[in-house]
Design a binder for this molecule. Structure first.
Ligand code: HAM
Length: 409
């Protein structure tokens, strides 16, 4: 006997059965519609990248989470953990031809060998929005506003979520004002990003390891109590423009938003559900130096990644597990095999006319046909019996209103 293989997907990977696919489509449809409505152009690439492009600075968690291997020609290959390095590579490759600023979007499958917790898988789809070649805060406003629009299209309101915003530039300035040298700031960011995930005593130890003196560690914790963004002109402008655009009620200032990726240079943000039950819905920020880091020309950039996992959990909890619509369209069935040709002919004709038609594959009793049609999410149903064939007319029933219309066979 053959050895029994597990029916489970590999740990952390997902199967999408039709009911799961209905949710995924709902989320992707909102991503695509919001991106298109705001003028972002779709792009794509392969999930496989060269490891060298993705290899990280020490201390960045995502570096340890990369799935990588050697191909048969000993090339060091990795599955992308995020889209941003690939985007930077693609832009650097065409830097002379592109006319900046560009606004690009993708839905990218990403792989991270994570410790599995609620909302974190080892594979997820991540909607990316990036504006490259623009210094002005309007770029941040457009990126965040588009993500907020997608959440609204999914059926959520600004009571359900909040985008927490800060600025690494502002935090750097506060640290420098306390006498902490700029070359220590990257280490400070990585340590502070762990706040809430580990005890402050461990964070203090990380800060000391990063070369901070005891008074500097204390000053850092005091800075983390900052409640006003008035000292940051870019944050003042961001909140003002969000007001103009009509989504200021979705924004809150939070000095504690740092982000775990080291390439961010300015404004950073993370979106959470308002009750604080789930992990981050999306995150992003300004990363003005990434292109030069990989050898491209200096180019300002801002963008975000918005995963499918957390938002789907949130939608199910707020809107209900069954709130997503299935197929729609018209169900066509027949009573005995003598009506099979007539049913196939009608289904084919309706499809040519542009309808979506689900034709039963077997003869059935009417009761069973109508109950299955309802379950499948069909909006209308036509059931053909011997009398309909001899009359040359069938009746199409609207399953919601129960109204019938006649169809020539
Ligand atoms: P990130 O914060 O690492 O940023 O990921 C962005 C979003 O992807 C998260 O907020 C979450 O929705 C989703 N996500 C990340 N990891 C997982 C996981 N293991 N399981 C489920 N969902 C996950 C970035 O990746 C940046 N590259 C975003 C960006 C684009 N910044 C500028 N442009």
């Amino acid at each position: 006997m053959a050895e029994k293989i597990s029916f489970e997907a590999p740990r952390g990977m997902r199967d999408f059965y039709p009911a799961d696919m209905a949710w995924r489509n709902k989320v992707f449809d909102a991503f695509r519609a919001a991106g298109e409505a705001a003028g972002f152009e779709p792009y794509d690439s392969c999930i496989v990248e060269s490891y060298d492009l993705l290899a990280r600075k020490a201390g960045e968690e995502v570096g340890d989470q990369i799935y990588h291997f050697f191909d048969k020609s000993e090339r060091h290959i990795a599955l992308r953990a995020e889209m941003t390095p690939t985007l930077a590579r693609m832009v650097a490759a065409r830097q002379k031809e592109l006319s900046f600023p560009i606004k690009w979007t993708a839905i990218a499958q990403c792989f991270r060998y994570e410790r599995m917790t609620k909302g974190r898988k080892r594979e997820h789809y991540q909607w990316n929005l990036d504006i490259i070649g623009e210094d002005s805060v309007l770029a941040e406003v457009e990126v965040i506003g588009t993500a907020v629009d997608a959440l609204r299209r999914m059926g959520l309101t600004t009571d359900d979520f909040k985008v927490r915003v800060s600025s690494r530039r502002f935090l750097s300035q506060l640290l420098a004002d306390s006498g902490i040298a700029p070359e220590k700031h990257a280490q400070v960011f990585l340590a502070l990003d762990k706040r809430g995930k580990m005890p402050d005593s461990e964070i203090a130890a990380m800060l000391r390891d990063g070369g901070l003196t005891e008074p500097e560690v204390e000053a850092t914790f005091r800075i983390m109590e900052t409640k006003s963004y008035e000292g940051s002109p870019e944050l003042v402008e961001l909140f003002r423009l969000a007001e103009v655009a009509g989504f200021a009620d979705a924004l809150v200032f939070d000095i504690g938003v740092i982000r775990g990726l080291s390439y961010y240079t300015g404004i950073v943000f993370e979106c959470f559900d308002a009750k604080g039950e789930f992990r981050a819905i999306f995150g992003g920020g300004r990363y003005d130096n990434l292109l030069t880091t990989i050898g491209g020309e200096p180019t300002p950039a801002v963008g975000l990644g918005f995963g499918d996992v957390v938002v789907t959990e949130l939608l199910k909890s707020r809107l209900g597990e069954d709130s997503v619509s299935r197929t729609g369209g018209i169900a066509v069935g027949f009573m005995t095999d003598s009506e099979r040709d007539a049913a196939l002919r009608l289904a084919s004709r309706l499809r040519r006319e542009g309808e979506c038609v689900n034709l039963s594959l077997r003869s059935q009793k009417p009761k069973k046909f109508f109950s299955k049609a309802g379950e499948s999410g069909a909006l209308k149903a036509v059931f053909i019996g011997p009398d309909d064939v001899s009359a040359g007319v069938a009746r199409m029933k609207d399953l919601a209103t129960r109204q019938e219309t006649e169809l020539p066979l």
